[in-house]
Design a protein around this ligand. Structure first.
Ligand SMILES: Nc1nc2c(c(=O)[nH]1)N[C@H]1C(S)=C(S)[C@@H](COP(=O)(O)O)O[C@H]1N2
Ligand SMILES: [Mo]
Length: 452
């Protein structure tokens, strides 16, 4: 068969991608005007739709006014890269399948049979190590808090364009694997070794460049306690999307360092300049700013949303009374020293009680009691401080960066306190009750007829 491409990219557009971006804005003008009429934009000037170019481009779209309007492409990215389930934030370990996912390209379909990794570069003894050999080595099991560096991207104004995370890109699986340091020591680092590069089996295109997902660590970081090659999570073989059959786990760094579907470990005598290192994962202030590399996790905390959820707005409903507020806190720059909670939108804060983390790289549970009698709407937040004195910012303006990285601003959970909340599930069939003015409560089913 001899196929013609559906469209031929004009050479002019290959060199000036911004031309096509401008045209997309024009095409979306009508939709933006519609949104304006419904009052979802604050000013006519900013009535642009969040947009991703219609074809691969050599540069990321510029950060765009954060109208909380998400394009179809961002929505598809969010489906592929789903978040964790915050309702399980009372569990020290994230249940299997409830961890967030971040997959840049496609999940490679790998088999454990014949799987081996190549250890090479600036080492005395390059070698290939089979999965069986790796599993026969010293085995460790550790809960490790993982967090995507893009967490909080949707809290920035304007916001960088990639997976539009709020606070969902977190999880704390219990990983089983073997420490990396002895493997590197046995291979024998040569004197000129400066970094260790980890290459995954997945390849794709980003910033116009085809490459395998690969990231490096400085030697000192690669040799740290806790860095492991993991083949299991929560006692099960890695799920395909989490890196089966083997991945790297780098405890204190943001998630991008924990390379999945590990193919090779290469010791380098110069810093790695690949796409995912030199271009992506930088705290950049502008398009021309090379930025500084994103490395360890910033101090952060999240709350288990209390009460019942509204299906669409995710607002919470609770009855007046006493409520346990609880959640998790962590930091890559020290231990969690303090967590404060506010139930009035950040006007006042009270200290929460800290629990014991499940290990040196796990998150720290916190809890406090909320006594509320007055019906109405409340905004709940938590704010962590670590032993290095780092504290979560109240606004993301101070930490704004072009790629939307490291967004550890405090979270704001809207809660409606209302009498009678929680009664609908007390019997079966349930007793629906009106929670929102104007809602139509369905008639109760005729149970007597059913049992005859
Ligand atoms: N090979 C490979 N490793 C990867 C990625 C990837 O796309 N390919 N994504 C990275 C990023 S950005 C994050 S945040 C974590 C996510 O791990 P998880 O999907 O298991 O939660 O994996 C990292 N390792
Ligand atoms: Mo990530």
């Amino acid at each position: 068969m001899h196929d013609e491409p559906t469209t031929v990219l004009p050479t002019e557009e290959l060199s000036t991608v911004s031309g096509s971006t401008r045209r997309n804005f024009l095409a979306l003008g009508a939709a933006a005007a519609g949104a304006l009429a419904t009052g979802s934009f604050t000013s006519a000037q900013s009535a642009k739709c969040i947009d991703i170019p219609q074809r691969p481009t050599a540069k990321r779209p510029d950060p765009q006014p954060n109208q909380r309007v998400y394009s179809d492409k961002e929505t598809l990215l969010a489906f592929r890269n789903h978040g964790h389930f915050a309702e399980f934030l009372d569990q020290p370990v994230t249940p299997l399948g409830m961890h967030y996912l971040l997959v840049h390209f496609d999940v490679p379909n790998l088999s454990a049979d014949g799987y081996e990794i190549a250890i090479g570069g600036r080492v005395r003894t390059p070698k290939r190590v089979s999965l069986a050999d790796i599993k026969a080595r010293k085995q460790v099991t550790e809960p490790v808090i993982m967090e995507c560096a893009g967490t909080g991207r949707s809290t920035f104004q304007p916001r960088g364009i990639y997976v539009p995370w709020f606070k969902e890109a977190i999880g704390n699986y219990e990983w089983t694997g073997t420490p990396l340091r002895p493997l590197l020591e046995e291979a024998g680092l040569l004197d000129d070794a400066v970094e260790v590069l980890f290459t995954g089996w997945d390849t794709g295109v980003d910033l116009g460049v085809e490459h395998a997902f690969e990231r490096s660590l400085p030697i000192k970081e690669a040799l740290r306690d806790g860095v492991m090659l993991a083949w299991a999570q929560n006692g099960q073989p890695l799920l395909p999307q989490h890196g089966f059959p083997l991945r790297l786990i780098v405890p204190t760094w943001y998630g991008m360092a924990s390379v999945k579907w590990l193919r090779a470990i290469t010791v380098l005598n110069q810093p790695f300049k690949g796409v995912e290192q030199a271009k992506v994962y930088r705290y950049q202030k502008s398009a021309t700013d090379p930025g500084v590399p994103v490395t360890v996790k910033r101090v952060h905390s999240v709350m288990k949303p209390p009460g019942l959820a509204d299906a669409i707005s995710r607002y919470r409903f609770v009855a007046p009374g006493r409520h346990l507020l609880q959640g998790m806190a962590w930091s890559g720059t020290g231990a969690v020293r303090r967590v404060e909670v506010s139930t009035n939108g950040g006007r006042t804060w009270q200290d929460a009680q800290l629990g014991r983390p499940g290990g040196p790289y796990s998150w720290t549970p916190w809890r406090t009691e909320w006594q509320v009698s007055q019906p109405g709407e409340y905004v709940l937040s938590s704010r962590a401080t670590d032993t290095a004195g780092n504290i979560q910012p109240l606004s993301s303006a101070a930490i704004w960066n072009r790629q939307g990285m490291g967004g550890n601003v405090i979270e704001r959970i809207h809660v409606i306190v209302q009498a009678g909340v929680g009664q609908s599930g007390e019997q079966v069939p349930s007793r629906p009750r009106q929670a929102v003015a104007g809602a139509e409560v369905p008639p109760p089913p005729n149970v007597d007829n059913q049992v005859k």
